[in-house]
Every structure is written in structure tokens, then in C-alpha cells.
Ligand binder design. Sequence first.
Ligand code: FES
Length: 518
Amino acid sequence: MIARDGAKESLWQHTAEELKTTATQGGIYDVIIAGAGITGISLGLQLQKQGLRCIVLEANSICFGTTGGTTAHINTLLDTPYPGIIKDFGEDNALLVTQAVKVAMELFKTNIADYDIRCGFEEASAYLIAQDEDQVKELDGIQESCQKLNVQAGFSNNIPVPLPFIKAMEIPSQAKFSPVEYVYALALVFERLGGVIVQQCRVINHQAQMDLVTGKELIEAGTSLEVSFYGKALVYATHIPTGVNVLHFRCAPYRSYAMAVKLEDDYPGGLIYDMYDPYHYYRTQEINGEKYFIAGGEDHKTGHEENTERCFHALEAHVRKFFKVKEITHQWSSQYFEPADGLPYIGKLPGDTSNVYVATGFGGNGITYSHVATLLLTDLIVNGSSKYEKVFSPNRVKPIAGFSNFIKENADVVKQFIAKWFAAEDLESFTGLARGEGKVVTFQDRKMALYKDDNGNLHAINPICTHLKCSVAWNAAERSWDCPCHGARYDADGEVLTGPADRNLEHIEVRDLLDGQL
Ligand code: FES
């Protein structure tokens, strides 16, 4: 089973065996890619095919992050509705976006055919369903914009799920697959073509002028070594880059909840979405001859839900209301980054030298945009330009229509910087911790993130995020400390699970402090 950035097991973790890769002790490459999720691996392969020598540095293991927890919808129907893209970016740019996602869809098919990848890929229609009159109006607007942008879509009287609806739109030729199987297959091809993957190597720094990337490579359990890599280009395929960057203020981290279930009766085909905010999404996937119905939703901003288990309960109640559930086999949650203005940021990293690139802000369309990023960045690195570079540019300053709302919505980034973090908590608050529970408390004038493990042992760490000093919050479902500002996540002991933080939370010797008081 492959590892993932949370305590809950996703449907995909058993679909691939860990890939053994070797430590490199540094080296010289054409392109260095940070992050071995779907974006990093597919980009590495594409560049390697173009004759560039690539290395992918992964802080944990392949698909450890969001790729291991996605629900893997490949769609050209985007989370940011087309009317909004037309309004904010203009019709020409919206057309470019639709073209980019169509080409991305083709890349999946080409990879799967060229390398004979068995990953349960299947084309299917997507259905967007309106369940009240406001949603009907919105749906009509989406349909109209689809016509303008030559996106094939039409109204349908039938949908493949037993959900009530007033009106539904069908968008043909979308797709679904098993993402971890796909990425691991690409990784093998990448290595076969001479690409290098190093796992357990976290990129902690880069000095672009010197073409130098410093990574921290785990040599053996508990021991790491700083290693240097030299490259002509560096790509952060890590959702959000390490260090401090304007993109940290243009992307907000969210979590989404998913479950895989066995149903009593027929499994619905297609990809289905309702229109609530947050919306629910559904589809079926076959793995090793077994069918699973996958449902998701209950999204919230990272670090903003005190009771993350509640989200699973709400999702389960919703699924049980409409489907005959025989057994819940998996429940998990995953993180994604919402962009300020609705489109992802793919291109040159703002404020850096011209050979550092980034791909982030994919929203709920991470799988589709991973391949948009692959094609766009390959063009930028190999040819110096791409027809899509302007519309997805991380340096774009317009349109900013959604930005003020986004800033309000993302205000805790700002608030966290100026607020006094120390809340009045007393000893009671943490003597009452249940096993498996975590909480940020203040004790003896010291702020602590406390976690009581299943054996009753207390683990204490400094809750101040090592990225930009926001205070982390406990995620009970995944047993992690999550930062609400830019989405860094740490395990119960404070070790970095996902960036942008590149250092662990500081340990506190709680036993000394609490001796005799619990
Ligand atoms: Fe930036 Fe925590 S992730 S402050």
C-alpha cells in the first residue's frame, strides 16, 4: 500500500505498490521538478520525451499528497462556471481555457494508449443537475456559455442517479480513471526514458541565479542530509511553493470529503454534480473487477472545521438518503487550492528569476489542470512560449473581479498575522482530551498543540506554523495539524506532511511541564 497525507485510507492506496527509487546525492539536470503527484510525474515524462534530462524530487512518496486522495474526475466542465470565466476574462480567453482542457483530455488518452496503461479509464457523460429555481437559472446560463464556447452540452430528461432534479445538463466525453495506477505507470515510463525520481527528498530552498536547488534527503530513518541539485529550470508541482510568495495570498486551501461504498443494486454510470455550494459529486469506478460508488462533498476551508468527523457523517447521511448502501469501504479527505479569480496559476513563479515555474490553484479540477500544466509548462520550458501562457499566468493582475470577495473570504490569512493568538484556556481544556484527540491550548503562558495518542500518551508541539507563523488547527478525521493560512499540514507529532512549510513544528517537552498535573 502506498502512503498518503492523512490517517484515513483512500480508495486508491492499494492500487499500486510502492516504487523503489534510489537516493542520488545531488546532481546536474536540465529540469528539476518538486513534487511527484500527477502534475510532477506527467510533466517530467513529457519533458523527458523532448530530450531534457529531468529529476523529480518528492518530499514523501509518489502520490502521497492530493493525487492519492482525489476522486479523479477528468472533466472539461469546470468548477468555475463558464459564464464567470467569460465575464471575468472575456470570451477569447474563455475559449482558450476550453481548448486547453480539451487538449489536456487528449493527453490522458494518448498516454494511456501509448503506454498501454491499465487504470480503469473510461469516457462517460457528466451531468450537472439543478434542484431549485435559482439553480435552473444558473444552469441555463452555463448552457448558453457552453454554446458560445463550442463546448458540447445539452439538456437531458434523465440522469443516472436517483436524485430529485428540475433540470439537468449532459456534457458528453468526460472521463474517470484510477489515478494512482495511472501515475505509477507514468513514473515507470519516465524512469525507463532516463528520468530520475528521488523520494523522501524535500526541496527546502532554491537559488535561481546559481541554478541551485537544495533538498533535504532522508538517508535513513531519522537522518537527513542536505543535497544540492543544479538545473536550468525548476518547477514547483507541489500545489503551492515553499518560501514566501504572492501566490500564498492568491490561493486558499480547502478540504473535500469522499467516500467509496458498495451498493445493494446497480452502480450509476457517468459523473454527476449537484449545484449547491459546496456541491456533491458522484461516480463509479471499477478496481480489480470490483465496483465502487464514490461520493464527495462537504468542502470547507482548511483549519476552519472544528469537527472534521462531522463532515464524514454529513456526507454519509446524504449518500444513505439517496442510495442503497451495502457497505462503506473507504472514507477520506483531501486538500486542494482555490485560486482568487477562478483560474489556476500555471507559469513563471511571481517575483523569481525566469527559470522557476509553478502550477497551483487547480480548485476542484486538479486532475484536468495537471495535464493543462504539463502541456503549458513543457511548451514554456522547451519552446519559450505557449498559447495558453497569458490566461493562466501566475503574474496576471487582471481580472480581479473575484478578488475582493476572495480576500474577505480568505481574511483569516491576514487576521492570523495580526491577531493575538493566545486564547484564554485553562488546564481543564486539555486534561479533558480524549484518546486520538488534539487541541491547541495555553498552559503556563505557553501555547501548545496537544495530541493524546491511542495509548494515552500526550504529544505537545508548538502550534505556530513554520511557514509564516499562523496557528495550526487539529483535523480529527485525518489526525493532522492543518494550517488555515496556506494549507501546510503536519502529522500528530508535528512532522511536515505537505508544504508550503519545509520545517517541522517545534517539539515541546510536555512531560516536564505537566509533571504531576494530569
Ligand atoms: Fe503559511 Fe502556515 S502555511 S502560515
